[in-house]
Design a protein around this ligand. Structure first.
Ligand code: SAM
Length: 418
């Protein structure tokens, strides 16, 4: 029976019919675990690749991992109506909503209080998913939507609009406790157009005060004094109309910061002092809500990455680029944090988390868990994946992981302890 609600919400047939799943256990398949006995102190203790349905797997993980996952990234089937080589992406709308709701509810319980969940989606279900996720995570915990530029060129056969983007919906478990890492500023704004002898970027700003009440001698008499130009002439601050102006700096600051002062000469005005504004070397910026393929890769990039790491496997149709995951994990996690992807596909999230020193749990249902996800993670561990973000993070291999499948609840093998 639908409960009485005061808040607006999504309703669909079967919404109030929940599956009754018998509890399942995770059983290690040691032959497929890889370097998992590595007991060096810096080795990750807790990387799990699980083959099976993710609802059952998430429920099996819950006793040990409830409120411990720092970042969930999921890239579920978008319900595009297509059949991909490795999975079917065409289910009834209501069934898709139930499928997502059941999994989001458990993912919510697995998330740590300071954790976040990132969900990729496109126009087919994005707006329904937003309302559904509001219900599970709470509207107040919605952080925002990232628009990822997934395509680098238009599809010439598009009937109306050539879709260039996917969405990434971002929720915190608890907005009060969430904190995101800023991004490093790698590109300087164009106006930092000069370099000093040490190669540090800066731009020049006139030392004469301009604009506002403080630009006149009358207003700031102590900032009216002469400065000596490179040719020995004494220069006073003069306004455009020739009347007496003021410097921005006091005599004391001019003496103290003389290394930052640089003189320029123009025909009409003669010598003018300027001061250098240096670019901060460790500048950061908050992540913005549009992510371009030139920064985080496109669908073309990701297909090439999987082809490179798995040259003998059938091409995987819908991977995500490693740089996209790198940005998400940089923002949402710190080294050592636990990352979970329960729609693992070719294993991009695991590969990136591993190379970035995060611990990870992947769940994949399809047979490609054995033909793609598993061999990809083996190559990452063995340092045989030179593509993706490997060069950027100087990845050379290391660590290990354990492989599990789902079995009926009788025999229980705890994934790990930490
Ligand atoms: C869009 S793909 C994910 C691709 C992945 N992000 C990557 O970079 O390769 C979605 C994946 O979810 C898997 N999947 C669908 N339903 C599932 C379920 N109930 N349990 C586990 N995996 C499932 C599919 O087999 C498919 O591999």
């Amino acid at each position: 029976m639908p409960p009485k609600h005061t808040r607006p919400q999504l309703v669909w047939s079967e919404k109030y019919t929940r599956p009754h799943t018998a509890p399942r256990t995770l059983v290690e398949q040691r032959a497929l675990s890889h370097q998992a006995t590595d007991d060096r102190p810096d080795a990750p203790r807790e990387n799990l690749l699980i083959q099976g349905d993710n609802l059952l797997a998430l429920e099996a993980l819950e006793p040990q991992y409830a409120a411990r996952i720092k970042c969930v990234f999921i890239d579920p089937p978008y319900n595009t109506g297509q059949t991909f080589e490795h999975y079917d992406d065409d289910v009834a709308h209501a069934r898709w909503l139930s499928m997502m709701r059941d999994r989001l509810v458990v993912l919510h319980r697995l998330l740590a209080e300071d954790g976040s969940i990132w969900i990729t989606i496109d126009d087919h279900e994005a707006h329904y998913l937003k309302v559904l996720a509001d219900e599970v995570f709470g509207r107040a915990n919605f952080i925002g939507t990232v628009v990822w530029e997934k395509a680098d060129s238009p599809r010439m056969d598009a009937q109306f609009l050539s879709s260039r983007h996917d969405f990434v919906l971002v929720y915190s478990k608890n907005r009060e406790h969430a904190s995101f890492n800023p991004l490093p500023v790698t590109e300087l704004p164009k106006h930092y157009n000069r370099r000093d002898d040490n190669g540090r970027a800066y731009y020049l700003k006139p030392l004469r005060a301009m604009g506002g009440q403080g630009e006149t001698r009358a207003a700031r008499p102590n900032l009216y004094f002469s400065m000596t130009a490179p040719d020995g002439t004494e220069v006073y601050p003069k306004r455009q109309d020739g009347t007496d102006g003021a410097w921005r700096w006091s005599r004391e600051k001019v003496a103290r910061e003389s290394a930052r002062i640089e003189w320029t000469r123009s025909r009409g005005r003669g010598w003018s002092p300027n001061y250098r504004i240096y670019a901060k070397t460790n500048q950061t910026r908050p992540p913005e809500s549009i992510w371009f393929h030139t920064d985080v890769g496109s669908n073309r990039t990701s297909k090439a990455e999987v082809k490179r790491v798995l040259p003998d496997a059938a091409p995987f149709g819908t991977p995500k680029p490693e740089a996209l995951l790198q940005r998400i994990l940089h923002i949402a996690t710190d080294p050592g944090d636990l990352v979970l992807d329960s729609f693992a596909g070719s294993g991009t999230t695991g590969a990136v988390a591993h190379k970035m020193g995060r611990r990870w749990i992947l769940v994949e249902l399809g047979a490609h868990c054995l033909t793609h996800t598993h061999p990809r993670m083996v190559r990452v561990v063995d340092g045989e994946d030179p593509g993706g973000i490997s060069a950027a993070v100087d990845w050379r291999g290391g660590g290990g992981f354990r492989f599990f499948h789902l079995a009926p609840s009788a025999s229980r093998s705890e994934p790990t302890g930490s």
